[in-house]
Design a protein around this ligand. Structure first.
Ligand SMILES: [Fe+2]
Length: 339
């Protein structure tokens, strides 16, 4: 998710725009919070006007949604503020409507917003990943120490979605009144937050009020933190969250990334060697054999030629396969020949 650093930002400073993409109908207005211009993935504050109605259907993009204010009718169910949805790409939602209007946070993760009218799921939709919950009423607050080293006591979370492959998370978090954390933090993942209610403060970016938002790429310093009266926010990470804490406000993102690599080197030296060795380093990283290994039944109708035999290798993304004996260049600048 290549989105630029958006911070500080507050959606209350912006005007709504009419949603004009096909499929969404009139009465839907949005404020763009962040946008991946490559994929079209985005996060938006959305106002559905009173009387809004959208027929049943699916999106080509995975999407997440939480009701901020008002009531959203989803099929038979009336969803109030705090109701969260994880909707896989191709999952057909029932008709949605709002008689009095409502404010919703919509996050399209893998492509631009889209809506295809349908009462059937797309045949390739991972329908079992769908879930929804009234996060305010039906989930308890848990300690914020889902990762260690941990945030200071007084930051609590409700986990809403967890991706077991990337370790990406979606969660509610709150800071209790009088919350304070005195160190500076950065992560190896992008971090996103929308303040549903209340104000927190950060040394670098100042106050984040209700409607405050950030999309923060990896390795950017943030903190210390405080919240005088408390706040509740929706947070997301795009991969595994690890808190790199320190007390140097002057470090750059490059220095922070180097420190992360140094920590990996000390903790997992063999993994570091494979991930960073310069003699045969592919820009997408080393192969995960579980993703590429041949499984029984895979042969039928598929490409059997490109098995890893030490000379030719098969990638799951498109790039030219090398002719044995021809020199080629890798992203690290080295040139060499396979024999
Ligand atoms: Fe953070």
């Amino acid at each position: 998710m290549a989105r630029p650093h958006i911070e500080p930002f507050c959606d209350r400073d912006e005007q709504f725009k009419k949603m004009q993409l096909p499929g969404f109908g009139p009465g839907m207005r949005y404020k763009m919070l962040s946008l991946d211009v490559d994929s079209g993935g985005c996060s938006m504050t959305v106002q559905l006007d009173g009387g809004y109605r959208r027929g049943p259907g699916f999106s080509w993009s995975e999407m997440e949604m939480i009701v901020i204010e008002g009531e959203l009718q989803v099929g038979e169910r009336t969803c109030r503020k705090g109701h969260y949805f994880f909707v896989p790409a191709g999952y057909a939602m029932p008709a949605i409507s709002s008689s009095q209007g409502c404010l919703v946070l919509m996050m399209y993760n893998t492509g631009e917003p889209s809506h295809v009218e349908s009462t059937q799921h797309h045949p390739q939709a991972q329908v079992n990943l769908y879930h929804s919950v009234d996060s305010y009423m039906d989930l308890p607050w848990a300690m914020g120490n889902v990762t260690k080293p941990s945030v200071a006591a007084g930051c609590l979370i409700k986990l809403l979605n967890y991706n077991p492959i990337s370790h990406a998370m979606t969660f509610l978090y709150c800071m209790t009144p009088g919350y304070f954390q005195d160190n500076i933090s950065y992560h190896d993942c992008a971090e996103e937050s929308y303040h549903l209610w209340g104000t927190s403060w950060m040394m670098q970016f100042g106050e984040v009020p209700t409607g405050g938002y950030f999309w923060r790429p990896a390795y950017i310093n943030h903190g210390s933190f405080a919240s005088e009266y408390g706040c509740i926010a929706l947070g997301r990470t795009d991969s595994k969250l690890f808190n790199h804490f320190h007390y140097n406000p002057w470090t750059t993102p490059v220095e922070n990334a180097d420190r992360s690599a140094a920590r990996l080197y000390r903790r997992d030296p063999l993994l570091y060697k494979w991930a960073f060795s310069k003699d045969h380093n592919h820009p997408h990283g080393p192969e995960d054999f579980e993703d590429t290994m041949l499984r029984r039944g895979d042969e039928a109708g598929h490409d059997n030629e490109h098995k890893s035999d030490g000379r030719r290798h098969d990638h799951w993304h498109g790039h030219l396969h090398h002719v044995p004996g021809s020199p080629h260049t890798h992203a690290d600048g080295t040139t060499h020949t396979h024999d």
